[in-house]
Design a protein around this ligand. Sequence first.
Ligand SMILES: Nc1ncnc2c1ncn2[C@@H]1O[C@H](COP(=O)(O)OP(=O)(O)OP(=O)(O)O)[C@@H](O)[C@H]1O
Ligand SMILES: [Mg+2]
Length: 253
Amino acid sequence: MVSAKGSPGVTTSALALASAWPRTALLVEADPFGGDVRAGLAAGQWPPAAGLAEAVADLRSMNLDEALTLRVHQPAQWAPPVLAGLGCVGQAGALPWGRIGAELGRVRGADVIADCGRYLPADGVLALLRECGLVVLVTGSSLRAVRSAARLSPLLGRDLAVQAGHPRLSVLVVAPEDPYPGPEIARACELPLLGELPDDPRAARVWSDGDPHWRRFGRSSLQRAARRVADRIADGVGPGGSLARDADGVGVA
Ligand SMILES: Nc1ncnc2c1ncn2[C@@H]1O[C@H](COP(=O)(O)OP(=O)(O)OP(=O)(O)O)[C@@H](O)[C@H]1O
Ligand SMILES: [Mg+2]
């Protein structure tokens, strides 16, 4: 999952989707600007050595499955397992993103959702995105957000060698109708519309800022919509990350 300039919501949406995933989903924070969950969802309570940088260092002496058993942390029973992101801006340039992506594609027993943050063609995360079965551009619905997303989508399509309209690259709209509706945004981006997540600040803050979880959190509008979107994606992406069906069969248009 990636975003354009001016479109917050990737981390929240990725966590909501991973928590609502019909199979086990591992959330990997692959944001080159640094991870959010240590300070956000976990409100500062995270095991110090549990993260992506440590897992990458482990790859010198073990395979990724072994590294993940050491470095993945599930902060609460209702939250997904997470490989927390980088602590320092600048670390991203040194990471072997392509290898990380390829290894994550071989993870056993879980689908992987990567929060890749804001997309910059020059940073190395493109190599990870190239390994993904599905790339999702996350955008808000303001004119500013939609304009940025519409500028970015052809660039992403080119960098990923995905033809316009192919479901491997799609758009997820956060807080639609403020003012633009999802289908109009998808048309502006020339991408299939994967789905929409509603404006639900209370539930969103559980993921983004570690606000208290409540008993009926799963029935919040954000979580209900996340389940619908997760089911749709999980249906189209087979274990291992490949699109299980072709452009006509994935059903995300
Ligand atoms: N569906 C939503 N409804 C309401 N508020 C939301 C929703 N999704 C995200 N937010 C809010 O938007 C803000 C930014 O969210 P988030 O941290 O997920 O964005 P981001 O794109 O990951 O940002 P960054 O570029 O800093 O990594 C947070 O305050 C979060 O609570
Ligand atoms: Mg983020």
